[in-house]
Design a protein around this ligand. Structure first.
Ligand SMILES: CC(C)(COP(=O)(O)OP(=O)(O)OC[C@H]1O[C@@H](n2cnc3c(N)ncnc32)[C@H](O)[C@@H]1OP(=O)(O)O)[C@@H](O)C(=O)NCCC(=O)NCCS
Length: 176
C-alpha cells in the first residue's frame, strides 16, 4: 500500500480527531482505567485541539493517506512547545517533539508507520532542528521496537500524565 504523507487540512480536523480518539488507547497500558483515557482524550484530542495545532506556526499535523482515507497521523511540536525540559536526557538542541504517531490498526504491521516518521524527520530538517525526541509508555513495547528500528535511542525518562495518572515514560531521541 502506497501512503502519501502531507499536512492535515483545516477541513480534516474531525477525521484526525476521530482517528486520534480511536488509536490513543492502543498506546496506553492495559491497567489504565478507561475514565483516565477519556479525560486525556477530552483535554487533548478534540477537533478544536487539532484546529489549534494546524493554525499554530510551530506545530505540524501530518496525515498518512491512501486516496481520500486518512490512515495515520503525527503531531510534531517545534519551538517552545516542543523543547525538552532539562533533565530528560535529550542532547539535541533544538529538537522537535514527536508528540503523536498513530496508525489505524488495520494497517499495523505493514511498515506504514515509517512513512509518518520519514515525514516528521523531514519537517525537523526543514525547521532546522537537530533532531526529534519523544516519549512512549513503558509497556508499549511495539512502539519502542518501532522507534529503535528507525534509529531512535533511549536517553532518559519523563513523567507523563494521562487523566491525572502519572506514568514514568522512556524518552527517545534521533538526530536528523
Ligand atoms: C507504532 C506504530 C505507529 C508503528 O507503525 P506500523 O506501521 O505498525 O510499524 P511496523 O509495521 O514497522 O511495525 C512495528 C512493530 O509492531 C509489530 N506489530 C505490527 N503489527 C502488529 C500487530 N497487529 N500486533 C502486534 N504487533 C504488531 C511488528 O512486529 C513490528 O515490529 P518488528 O518490525 O520488530 O517486527 C503503529 O503500530 C501504531 O500506531 N501503534 C498504536 C499506537 C502507538 O502505540 N503509537 C505510538 C505512541 S508513542
Amino acid at each position: 500500500m502506497l501512503f502519501t504523507v502531507r499536512h492535515a487540512r483545516p477541513s480534516e480536523t474531525l477525521a484526525v480527531s476521530e482517528l486520534a480518539v480511536r488509536t490513543f488507547p492502543l498506546a496506553c497500558p492495559p491497567t489504565l482505567e478507561r475514565a483516565h483515557i477519556d479525560t486525556y482524550i477530552r483535554e487533548n484530542l478534540s477537533p478544536t485541539h487539532f484546529d489549534a495545532h494546524i493554525g499554530h506556526p510551530e506545530h505540524d499535523v501530518l496525515v498518512a493517506t491512501v486516496g481520500p482515507e486518512i490512515l495515520g497521523y503525527a503531531l510534531v511540536l517545534f519551538g517552545a512547545d516542543g523543547s525538552p525540559s532539562p533533565g530528560l536526557g535529550v542532547t539535541l538542541n533544538p529538537a522537535g517533539l514527536l508528540s503523536k504517531c498513530y496508525m489505524d490498526p488495520k494497517v499495523h504491521g505493514t511498515k506504514a508507520g515509517a512513512s509518518l516518521l520519514v515525514a516528521a524527520e523531514e519537517r525537523a530538517r526543514e525547521r532546522h532542528a537537530e533532531g526529534l525526541w519523544l516519549n512512549t509508555n513503558a509497556h508499549n513495547i511495539r512502539a519502542q521496537r518501532f522507534y529503535r528500528k528507525h534509529g531512535f535511542s533511549r536517553v532518559g525518562d519523563i513523567d507523563f500524565v494521562v487523566g491525572g495518572i502519572v506514568h514514568r515514560d522512556p524518552v527517545f531521541e534521533k538526530r536528523v
